[in-house]
Design a protein around this ligand. Structure first.
Ligand SMILES: C[S@@+](CC[C@H](N)C(=O)[O-])C[C@H]1O[C@@H](n2cnc3c(N)ncnc32)[C@H](O)[C@@H]1O
Length: 208
C-alpha cells in the first residue's frame, strides 16, 4: 500500500491506495478537485446526509465526513475492504457518521437499502462517467437516490479517447431528461486543486 495525505480544514486525511487492482484502488485527480471544493462549501455540508457512488479509496467521502457530513461511501464489492481500511485509518478525524457498503449501479436491492437508511441531501460522484456499459445504470441510481431537494455533484476529467468523449456526451444528454445542471466555475474552486480539464457539475432534479 502507498498513501497520500490531503489537508482539510487543518486535519490530514490519509488515503491508502494499492499498487494492483482496477481503477478504484488509487485516488483520481477529479476526486481531489471535488474533495477540495467540498472544503470551500463546508458550511453546506455539516450534518447533511450524503452518499458517494464509485468511491474507490473513499477519498471524497472521507473528506465530506471530516467536514461534518454523514456519509455512505459505496463501490463495487472488490473495493469494500480498501474503503473500510481508509475509514479505520481516519477514524480520529472524521466528524460525521461514515459507513462503507457495496452498491453496483442499478442494483435495486442495494439502492433500496440505502433509501431505508436515509434521504440524501447530496450525492457525490468523482471520475465515474466513462463506463459505456453502466451509464444507464448510473443515471438510474442517481434518479432513485434523489429527492426533490437533492444536489448531485459530479466531477470528471476530460479524456482524449473518442469512446469516452461519447460516453460523457450520452451521460449528460440522459441526465438532462431528469436534472437541471450548472457547472461550478473554475474561479469558485480551490485555487491549488483545480484545473481547466477537470469539471464539477451540480445537478438538481427536475420536479416530477
Ligand atoms: C476512476 S475510479 C474513481 C474512484 C474515485 N471516485 C476517485 O475518483 O478516486 C471509478 C470507480 O467507479 C467504480 N465503478 C465502476 N463501475 C461501477 C459500477 N457499475 N457500480 C459501482 N461502481 C462502479 C470503480 O470500482 C471505481 O472505484
Amino acid at each position: 500500500m502507498f498513501s497520500r495525505e490531503l489537508e482539510v480544514n487543518g486535519s490530514l486525511v490519509e488515503i491508502n491506495q494499492v499498487e494492483c487492482g482496477d481503477t478504484g484502488v488509487v485516488v483520481w485527480d477529479a476526486a481531489l478537485v471535488l474533495a477540495k471544493y467540498l472544503e470551500l462549501i463546508s458550511g453546506k455540508l455539516s450534518g447533511k446526509s450524503v452518499v458517494e457512488l464509485g468511491s474507490g479509496t473513499g477519498a471524497v467521502g472521507l473528506v465530506a465526513s471530516v467536514l461534518g457530513a454523514n456519509i455512505n461511501i459505496t463501490d463495487l464489492e472488490e473495493n469494500l475492504k480498501l474503503m473500510n481500511h481508509n475509514i479505520k485509518v481516519n477514524e480520529n478525524i472524521v466528524k460525521g457518521k461514515l459507513n462503507a457498503s457495496v452498491l453496483k449501479w442499478g442494483d435495486k436491492d442495494a439502492i433500496k437499502k440505502l433509501l431505508e437508511k436515509d434521504e440524501y441531501d447530496l450525492i457525490l460522484v468523482a471520475d465515474c462517467v466513462y463506463y459505456k456499459e453502466s451509464l444507464v445504470d448510473l443515471v438510474y441510481t442517481l434518479r432513485e437516490l434523489s429527492n426533490k431537494n437533492t444536489e448531485v455533484l459530479i466531477s470528471y476529467e476530460d479524456r482524449d479517447s473518442q469512446i469516452k468523449i461519447q460516453v460523457l456526451r450520452d451521460f449528460k444528454e440522459l441526465m438532462l431528461r431528469y436534472f437541471t445542471v450548472k457547472e461550478i466555475p473554475l474561479e469558485d474552486q480551490n485555487e491549488e486543486f483545480r484545473s481547466p480539464d477537470i469539471h464539477i457539475l451540480s445537478y438538481t432534479p427536475i420536479p416530477k
